[in-house]
Design a protein around this ligand. Structure first.
Ligand SMILES: NC(=O)c1ccc[n+]([C@@H]2O[C@H](COP(=O)([O-])OP(=O)(O)OC[C@H]3O[C@@H](n4cnc5c(N)ncnc54)[C@H](O)[C@@H]3O)[C@@H](O)[C@H]2O)c1
Length: 440
């Protein structure tokens, strides 16, 4: 079959939603994606190494906050969504979307082992006419320099026999306004045929697709977006530390600055950055830039400032305790919120881990409460969420707000706490006397 016939039959199958869609990696990105594609009528098969996740999907049980339980159950019931650990079934798919982790090694270098493993599996079962799209966040060059040679090792050529694209996922967990469906989607591929089928596939479910000329341009777009956030968060975090020395409230200054209707956009300080994206992705770009003998100085500086924030929080807590004649050693600290951001259950890379570790290093007794994270195991910790009772709050020498979850009774905390260090300005929303509250 000629290249244009392959393109045409895949385009027809996409248009008719008869194309079989495989999603490899059923996590925070892959499961919502699989559900979205199922909702428009594609028959979706999820692939995951994790047999428990696969079993849950097949039982119609949801495990990702952004997915509605009833959506998942209904798709599984209709036979539009199922899952497997059997990678040989990749051969049945017309479109394969990859959403596996892209962590860093201990030395902050990209760790592509998951992408490489999946690509080898796909290459093993590759057949003409398949579209493979990488959604994992990674440095520019991964799709063309790492994946393409592995796929072509099968004897099939990208752009002629099979199609390869990059379309970075932008999902913002916990964001009810912007979901996978209504967030503009960037799609890039380095040959025209791959670009055409990838764009057609994404246009089928996403309201607005932004097409770029290569996979590398799409990869760079995503790492730039997260670098932009990391740098701006670092800027307000630095201002926070300066304001602390100057005796000014950074929150007052930021509120005033963000009242300007143009030329500025809001970013807020906090105990550091967390999650699978902001602390990691900029380092993918930093690493790749070295290949071009280029130093990404903003990335290095932002990383340094943001990584310092847990230390700043603990140092400020130490000052508060010592003003009351207390040492860190033996003081009881109640950390409120350990997820890396508001209203989600994801504790990965959360700065709360480092804050709690530092409190423990200074021999404080740390307990935590998080309505969404029952068990916290970051950085080797092994803590369980404590019920938020008046007694628990009164027992603490200091309450430190690390994540501003909505489902916390802050009025109770304000009423019962001896002293509170609020790193998120959450008490702004609470109508209570504030003499025991200190802002970051
Ligand atoms: N979480 C987010 O908010 C977010 C947002 C945008 C982009 N991303 C990017 O998306 C990618 C996936 O992130 P995530 O948060 O969904 O990860 P996750 O850890 O929640 O899910 C990844 C899944 O992939 C599975 N997996 C790993 N290797 C596999 C293999 N070889 N074969 C089959 N399954 C395998 C894991 O078992 C896991 O279930 C990352 O590159 C991340 O940077 C994440």
């Amino acid at each position: 079959m000629q290249e244009n016939q392959r393109v045409c039959s895949l385009l027809d199958a996409i248009e008719a939603t008869t194309a079989r869609v495989g999603v490899v990696g059923l996590g925070y990105v892959g499961l919502p994606f699989a559900v979205e594609k199922g909702k428009v009528g594609f028959k979706v098969l999820g692939f995951d190494r994790n047999a428990l996740r696969v079993e849950k999907v097949n039982q119609g049980q949801n495990f990702i906050g952004d997915v509605k339980d009833e959506d998942l159950a209904s798709l599984v019931g209709q036979g539009l969504l199922s899952a497997t650990t059997d990678m040989s079934r990749l051969a049945e798919m017309d479109v394969i979307v990859i959403a596996v982790p892209t962590p860093l090694t201990k030395n902050l270098n990209p760790d592509l082992q998951y992408i490489e493993a999946v690509t080898r599996d796909i290459a093993h079962y590759l057949r003409p006419g398949q579209l493979i799209s990488l959604e994992s966040t990674t440095y520019p060059g991964t799709t063309d320099e790492i994946m393409k040679p592995i796929l072509e090792g099968s004897g099939l050529l990208v752009g002629r026999d099979v199609f390869l694209a990059h379309s970075p996922e932008r999902v913002d967990p916990g964001n009810a306004r912007y979901t996978t469906k209504n967030t503009n989607k960037v799609v890039g591929a380095s040959d025209p045929a791959s670009r055409e089928v990838a764009v057609a596939f994404y246009r089928k479910t996403i309201q607005h697709v932004v097409v770029v000329s290569s996979a590398a341009a799409a990869e760079l777009t995503k790492v730039f977006e997260n670098t932009f956030r990391a740098v701006n968060i670092a800027l307000v975090n630095e201002l926070t530390m300066l304001c602390d020395r100057m005796g000014l409230s950074v929150w007052e200054v930021l509120d005033a600055a963000f009242s300007k209707p143009f030329g500025i956009m809001p970013f807020y300080p906090g105990p550091g950055v967390g999650g699978h994206c902001i602390p990691l992705d900029p380092h993918y770009l930093e690493w790749k830039a070295r290949e071009y003998n280029f130093n990404t100085r903003f990335i290095a500086l932002a990383g340094e400032i943001n990584r310092h924030m847990p230390e700043f929080v603990v140092e400020k807590a130490m000052r508060l305790l010592s003003h009351r004649g207390k040492g860190m050693k033996g003081s009881r600290v109640l950390a409120l919120g350990v997820a890396y951001k508001r209203d989600i259950d994801d504790p990965r890379e959360s700065p709360a881990g480092e804050v709690i570790r530092l409190f423990a290093k200074h021999q404080a007794e740390v307990v935590y409460h998080d309505p969404h994270v029952a068990h916290f195991t970051e950085l080797g910790l092994d803590l369980h969420s404590q019920p938020l009772t008046g007694e628990e709050i009164r027992r603490a020498d200091l309450v430190v707000v690390l994540t501003d979850h909505v489902a916390v009774d802050y009025a109770l905390v304000a009423r019962e706490a001896t002293e509170i260090l609020d790193t998120r300005n959450v008490f702004k929303r609470v109508d209570a006397p504030k003499s025991n509250i200190v802002m970051l």
